[in-house]
Design a protein around this ligand. Structure first.
Ligand SMILES: C[S@@+](CC[C@H](N)C(=O)[O-])C[C@H]1O[C@@H](n2cnc3c(N)ncnc32)[C@H](O)[C@@H]1O
Length: 276
C-alpha cells in the first residue's frame, strides 16, 4: 500500500486538508503545523506591534504573513514574497501585499521594514551571505532580522533504536546537500548576521513528532518527494522506503525533528545598510 495515497482522515489531531490541494501545498501546511507555534512565540518576544512594517520572505503558504498582518493591523504593512505566489492569493483578504521575488537576484526597497522574517529558505540558497546582506539593506535602522534555518543532525532520533530512520535521513539529506542545501544552515545565519555588524542572538528548538500526526505527514511527504532521487542513486530500496513510511505513519512511534535555529538580529540605529 502507498501510505501517501491513504485518506487524510487517517491523520489525527484535526488538522484537515482539502483533498483537492496539491501535495506541495500540503507539505507547506504541515511545515507550518510543525514550526508556527515557536515562530509566533518569537514574534511576540520581538514585540511585533500595531503599525509595524513587515516583510515575510519565501512565505510558502503564508501563515506567518497572516499572523503578522493580524498583529500590525490596518496602520501597518505586511509584504509576503516567494518565487511561487499562486498559493498566497488568499492573503489579499488579510491586507497582505504579495510580491513575486527571487531572493537570489532581486532587489528590495532599502530601509523599508521594521521586521524581516524568513524561515527555511536561506539554507537552500547557494550564496547565503549575499541573500542575508540584501535583507539587511531592506531593514530600517533599528529594525529586526529574524531568520530560521535548521541543523538536521538530530532528525529522527527516537526511543525506538539508535538507528531509527537514520538511513533515510542520511540518504535524503545527502542528496539535498548535493543540490546545495546546507544541513547546518541555522548556524550560518547567526554568523552572517554577526559578520554584517548586527547585534545577533540565536536559540534552537525541536519538536517531538508523533507518527501519524500532521507533523509526521510532513516527513512522509518529504520522503515521497525524495523517493525517485533516492532510488535513482541506489541509496535505499523501494521496500525500505515503504517500511520507513509505515514507521512514520505509526502513532506508537515518536522522534525528534531537526533543530530549528532562530537568529534574531538588530540592525544598529543610524547605521548605513550592510554592503552599501
Ligand atoms: C521550505 S519552504 C518554507 C516556506 C515557509 N517559509 C515556511 O516555513 O512555512 C521554502 C519556500 O521558499 C520559496 N523559495 C525558494 N527559493 C526562493 C527564492 N530564491 N526566493 C524566494 N523564495 C524562494 C519556495 O517557493 C518555498 O515557498
Amino acid at each position: 500500500m502507498n501510505l501517501l495515497e491513504s485518506s487524510t482522515d487517517d491523520i489525527s489531531s484535526g488538522y484537515v486538508f482539502d483533498p483537492g490541494w496539491d501535495r506541495e501545498t500540503e507539505r507547506l501546511r504541515t511545515n507550518e503545523a510543525l514550526w508556527d507555534p515557536g515562530t509566533v512565540a518569537r514574534f511576540d518576544q520581538i514585540g511585533v506591534a500595531p503599525g509595524w512594517s513587515c516583510l515575510e520572505v519565501g512565505a510558502g503558504y503564508g501563515s506567518a504573513a497572516q499572523w503578522l498582518a493580524d498583529r500590525v493591523g490596518p496602520g501597518g504593512r505586511v509584504v509576503a514574497t516567494d518565487l511561487e505566489v499562486e498559493r498566497l492569493g488568499w492573503l489579499s483578504g488579510h491586507q497582505v501585499e504579495v510580491w513575486c521575488h527571487d531572493l537570489r537576484s532581486d532587489d528590495l526597497p532599502a530601509d523599508a521594514f521594521d521586521l524581516i522574517h524568513s524561515r527555511m529558505l536561506i539554507q537552500h540558497l547557494p550564496d547565503r551571505e549575499a541573500a542575508i546582506a540584501r535583507l539587511v539593506r531592506a531593514l530600517r535602522p533599528g529594525g529586526t532580522l529574524f531568520l530560521e534555518d535548521t541543523d538536521s543532525l538530530p532528525l529522527f532520533r527516537s526511543f525506538r533504536s539508535t538507528d531509527f530512520l537514520q538511513d533515510v535521513r542520511e540518504a535524503g539529506y545527502g542528496l539535498m546537500a548535493q543540490a546545495g542545501h546546507e544541513p547546518r544552515g541555522g548556524h550560518f545565519d547567526l554568523q552572517a548576521a554577526r559578520a554584517l555588524g548586527l547585534d545577533a542572538q540565536a536559540d534552537g528548538r525541536v519538536v517531538m513528532v508523533r507518527g501519524g500526526s500532521p507533523q509526521a505527514r510532513h516527513y512522509m511527504l518529504w520522503l515521497d518527494y525524495m523517493r525517485p532521487r533516492i532510488l535513482a542513486a541506489g541509496l535505499l530500496t523501494a521496500e525500505r522506503i515503504d517500511e520507513a513510511l509505515a514507521e512514520m505513519a505509526d502513532p506508537e512511534n515518536y522522534w525528534l525533528s531537526q533543530i530549528l535555529i532562530s537568529t534574531i538580529a538588530r540592525r544598529p540605529s543610524g547605521s548605513p545598510g550592510a554592503g552599501r
